[in-house]
Design a protein around this ligand. Structure first.
Ligand code: SAH
Ligand code: SF4
Ligand code: F3S
Length: 465
């Protein structure tokens, strides 16, 4: 399961061969769809590309290598990736030596890889999520004149590859994957089919990576996994996610730790106690609910009910009264009735999430829900979705109003995209905060007095010191 160091060395040899083939001044453009896990993978592709001698560009037009890292979670994500891929065709006419690579969850599905093979002949390389570490070898083959490369290991349970180079997009926020894959097989979800089985990185490797980041001055470290609460279950020693967090918090440095995602069936009191105890852990919990009705949750194969979810929230609030809570919701799962949907609204009202990430159910080929009876018409899904957003906007703005007149510590991320005069960042609870201040604060923590709350953001004034 762990990729042998010799194999990684072999990939480094391929990287240096590519460097001598491509010559100076070549550029790589990496386009990422989907979740943070994919972003973390893309930072590896960026690292490998740099090692091969490519500079990283954010202008697709000037690229000599384009890597499209796809997502399959909903139809929309797939459509977007396919449409961008279509637009790359003309770039190849302009630059015939351009290499286009596709990878990630969408192309890991056989039917999608087949479609690329037949309908997108200008895509040079397609490789699945189990082949990330073999990118150099695959690219080298194509650059050396081999035919189009389709590297798909369908049925692969997945690997762990340590020691690949990484190009981090930020100098103060970092992703650290602690585990890969998923064993949960929620009936709507494609992830277990495209990311393989759950596997945890060794704690030594994770702690070493976090220490390096802390030493380099990183301020926010986000631990990633599809279900971080099952970290360690496949390791030889008795060591769980809460233990890992405790060890990470012992590392010196002025940084905060976040994690995602947690599954309510595996979230433990030990984890919540650890969060409450450790000042370095951001007091924000993203706990996907998906649905508030027990029958629907069962049909989704989620292994918890509404009562269990609410009792977890109660426990968190008992230990950390002002914890920030966010969730994911799926609207219009097959057979969901109006009354059952209202159970979801009821949980939203009871919990009062700071924010929700809500999605209209999207049928994914190969999942159990795909072939269930009782798919809900889009108009009905869409009407429920709107109703839910209306309720949540009201809740979010009320939650945000609690901040008015209070100070909050923000990690400053950059200039606001909509108003250049303002800086923007997130507080510990992941609330977006806008305020005026100098560029020198970017990448630093700043204290901000909140003066105004809106649904999706807080506004404030920089405080002294
Ligand atoms: N592992 C995480 C989330 C992974 S996907 C977890 O278990 O919570 C992120 C979110 O996408 C999910 O929480 C879910 O709300 C949504 N999602 C997954 N499959 C979906 C589908 N087929 N249709 C709509 N939303 C989906
Ligand atoms: Fe998908 Fe469920 Fe796994 Fe999350 S836990 S990735 S929703 S199967
Ligand atoms: Fe998408 Fe794959 Fe992530 S399907 S959400 S990129 S794990």
């Amino acid at each position: 399961m762990r990729i042998d160091a010799h194999e990684i060395d072999r990939q480094y040899v391929c990287m240096s061969q590519i460097k001598s083939i491509i010559g100076e001044g070549k550029k790589a453009y990496i386009l990422t769809f989907g979740c943070q896990q994919n972003e973390a993978d893309s930072e590896r592709f960026g690292g490998m590309a740099e090692e091969m001698g490519y500079g990283i560009t954010h202008e697709i037009e000037e690229a000599d290598l384009i890597v499209i890292n796809t997502c399959a979670i909903r139809e929309h994500a797939e459509k977007k990736a396919l449409s961008i891929t279509g637009q790359c065709k003309h770039l190849k006419t302009k630059n015939p030596s351009l290499v286009i690579a596709m990878c990630g969850c969408m192309v890991t599905q056989e039917h999608r890889a087949e479609a690329i093979k037949h309908s997108y002949p200008y895509v040079d390389i397609v490789f699945d999520t189990s082949m990330v570490y073999r990118f150099p070898e695959i690219l080298l083959a194509r650059l050396s004149g081999a035919k189009r490369q389709f590297m798909l290991d369908t049925g692969c349970e997945g690997h762990i590859a340590e020691g690949l180079p990484v190009h981090r997009e930020s100098s103060f926020k970092a992703w650290v994957s602690i585990m890969y894959g998923c064993n949960n097989f929620c009936t709507y979800c494609i992830v277990p089919y495209v990311r393989g089985r759950e596997r945890s990185r060794k704690k030594e490797d994770i702690l070493k990576e976090v220490k390096e980041l802390a030493d380099a001055g990183y301020k926010e470290i986000t631990l990633l996994g599809q279900n971080v609460n099952s970290y360690g279950k496949d390791l030889d020693e008795e060591y769980d996610f809460a233990d890992l967090l405790t060890d990470i918090c012992k590392i010196e440095g002025d940084f905060i730790v976040r994690f995602m995602t947690s599954h309510p069936k595996d979230a433990t009191h030990k984890l919540i106690d650890t969060m409450a105890r450790e000042p370095k852990i951001a007091k924000h919990f993203h706990l996907p609910l998906q649905a508030g009705n027990d029958r629907v949750l069962k049909k989704m194969n989620r292994h918890y009910d509404k009562a269990r979810y609410l009792s977890l929230v109660d426990y968190m609030r008992e230990k950390m009264p002002d914890i920030g809570l966010t969730t994911d919701i799926i609207v219009g799962f097959p057979t969901e009735t109006e009354e059952e949907f209202e159970d979801t609204l009821d949980v939203l009202s009871r919990v009062g999430f700071d924010n929700i990430y809500s999605f209209i159910y999207s049928a994914r080929k190969g999942t159990p829900a795909y072939s269930m009876e009782g798919h809900i018409p889009y108009e009905v899904q869409s009407a429920r979705f709107t109703r839910m957003l209306e309720l949540q906007s009201e809740i979010s703005v009320n939650r945000n109003r609690d901040y008015e007149g209070k100070p909050t510590r923000v990690l400053v991320e950059g200039r606001s995209k909509t108003d250049e005069s303002k800086l923007t960042g997130r507080n510990e609870k992941n609330r977006l905060v806008h305020f005026e201040g100098p560029d020198s604060l970017i990448g630093q923590f700043a204290n901000v007095m909140i003066t105004k709350a809106e649904t999706y953001a807080l506004f404030g004034e920089l405080m002294e010191g």
